[in-house]
Design a protein around this ligand. Sequence first.
Ligand code: SF4
Length: 246
Amino acid sequence: MKYSKIEWTEATWNPSTGCNKVSAGCKNCYAETMAKRLQAMGAPGYENGFEFTLMPERLEMPLKIKKPTKFFVNSMSDLFHEKMPFDFLDQVFQVIERTPQHSYQILTKREQILQDYCQQRKMPDNVWLGVSVESAKTKHRIDVLRDIPARIRFLSIEPLIAEVGELDLRGIHWVIVGGESGPKARPMRPEWATKVQKQCAEQNVAFFFKQWGAWGADGVKRSKKANGRLFLGREWNEEPAAKLVQ
Ligand code: SF4
């Protein structure tokens, strides 16, 4: 069952909300726009707008779902935010361990905090661990991720806002690429995405093309829906090898 509009997941689970910007990929953060909108609407959990806030009342949500579900953890925050206490993170990972029927996709731009946390703890097998890489300037996150023991490691190259260059994909199982959406979106040049896809094919890594976003392959700005998901003439929905996902 698909509960989330995000193309590469099935549902979202936000044990915290809010965040603050750490790199160029954050400039037009979707979560910030959404949090402010939800705050204005008086939605529970968004009383603080986009300020980092723990949501202990949401901790047990996955325990109530029996059907195996792929969760994106913290679509509205960063699980490894500076203000996230490690003992709260331990509670998040206890829920993950108690629900082996689910998979949990965890994506961060705070690779140093992720690394610190993982020095003392082991990632459960049902975790897919990822870092965002929006340009060549943030490629160092890949090297940190590669050294963390996890069953599945992935990259979210979204929004792809500049050429990323050569990628060392050793130890990486999945790469997502996408362009930026929203009124202030920056364009993704087709050759940047093609270069990533080619390297995934060469290094035997699953490739998922999420969207063009606001700018089409032809460099024209239009709706995200109109630009669609076709890339090099097809949809790319590859996922990490089945033997890893089981
Ligand atoms: S790390 Fe993610 S959630 Fe936080 S500001 Fe950046 S894009 Fe937004």
